[in-house]
Design a protein around this ligand. Structure first.
Ligand code: NAP
Length: 307
């Protein structure tokens, strides 16, 4: 089905939670959903950035229903507090797993629990959050979990025998491996939800190649300097703004026709309107998903409430 990002379905009455919603793709996902009428919750680690994003959406979208809530996806206390708060809500229609470390450190770093930091940020925190907040999604009709994958999954591999890259860390391996793991988690989650007869759908999407220098300026949210604008515009042929990257998760939240078997991304691979595409075999594979699952449970110290 064709999708028009400028003509979104009405989203009044829906509540959508976006991790890392203060910047980039996450911010514009929130702004576009607020414009469609959704109640948007930006889950962010920096309170000042969070408030700037809330103020920006209120400034740009008349009558927006938007709020911020604290979340650091590398801090279990913070994850559990958000999950508890979501369980108190009447409904959670969608949880967009967007927060991510997109510029991994050169040297391997770990979070406070000893997990490799890129994996922790891009996968483990979200795994724990979904596991704990699942009942809130379950009691909302047709709720969705939307995982942000990446084209980087085509250019890397997932080392299940060295998931934490203790023996083989490079920043690229950390990023691409974390995104394969994120996608594999999203697809495996959907298989397990289907097997359990759940009404929740898990969708995996990717936003192409979206840069801040190609993104409209938003006070307090996106203010690239002239050099950044110039450099990013040199790549205009194959890149887009993060406002366009956000079209993809927005479709995943709102389009009633998409299913957990789909893989939405931009039509021209790195840019364009969202269409259904094909995820890499490594992230789709049920075997990989089944092997990854217990590793994620162990590393996040969180049993997942689905067999
Ligand atoms: N842009 C692309 O071309 C592209 C391509 C493929 C996939 N993606 C994926 O899309 C998502 C968003 O990317 P982006 O380009 O919009 O990135 P971005 O502009 O760097 O924004 C990342 C967001 O994640 C938040 N974040 C990072 N670590 C966090 C933590 N520990 N706890 C809570 N929030 C945290 C950041 O918060 P702070 O502001 O506090 O740092 C920020 O809000 C990522 O998952 C990325 O992997 C992006």
């Amino acid at each position: 089905m064709a999708w028009d990002p400028a003509g979104l379905p009405d989203a009044h009455g829906r509540t959508v939670v976006i991790t890392g919603g203060n910047a980039g793709v996450g911010y514009f996902t929130g702004e576009q959903l607020a414009r469609a009428g959704a109640h948007v919750v930006l889950a962010c680690r920096d309170p000042e950035h969070a408030e700037a994003a809330v103020a920006a959406i209120r400034r740009r979208v008349r009558g927006a229903r938007v709020e911020a809530t604290p979340l650091d996806v590398t801090d279990r206390g913070s994850i559990d507090a958000l999950a508890d708060a979501l369980l108190e809500r009447e409904r959670v229609d969608a949880l967009v797993l967007n927060a991510g470390m997109v510029h991994p450190p050169r040297e391997r770093r770990t979070d406070r629990y000893g997990n490799e930091l890129v994996l922790s940020t891009n996968v483990l925190g979200h795994f724990r959050l979904v596991a704990r907040a699942l009942p809130a999604l379950e009691r909302t009709e047709r709720a969705r979990v939307v995982t942000l994958g990446s084209l980087a999954t085509r250019l890397g591999s997932l080392r299940l025998d060295d998931l934490q890259l203790e023996r083989s860390y490079t920043s690229w391996r950390a990023y691409s491996g974390s995104k394969i793991a994120a996608q594999a988690f999203g697809f495996e989650l959907d298989r397990r939800l289907r097997a359990a007869g759940s009404g929740v759908t898990s969708l995996v999407v990717h936003p192409g190649y979206s840069t801040s220098g190609r993104t409209p300026g938003v006070r307090g949210v996106n203010q690239p300097g002239r050099v950044k604008r110039f450099a990013d515009n040199l790549q205009a042929a194959w890149t887009q703004g993060k406002d366009h990257g956000a079209w993809v998760p927005v479709r995943a939240v709102l389009d009633p026709t998409v299913t957990g078997a789909d893989y939405l991304g931009p039509a021209a691979l790195t840019k364009g309107v969202p269409v259904n595409g094909r995820a890499t075999r490594s992230s789709r594979s049920p075997r990989t998903g089944a092997r990854l699952w217990p590793l994620l449970e162990a590393a996040s110290d969180q049993e997942f409430p689905l067999p």
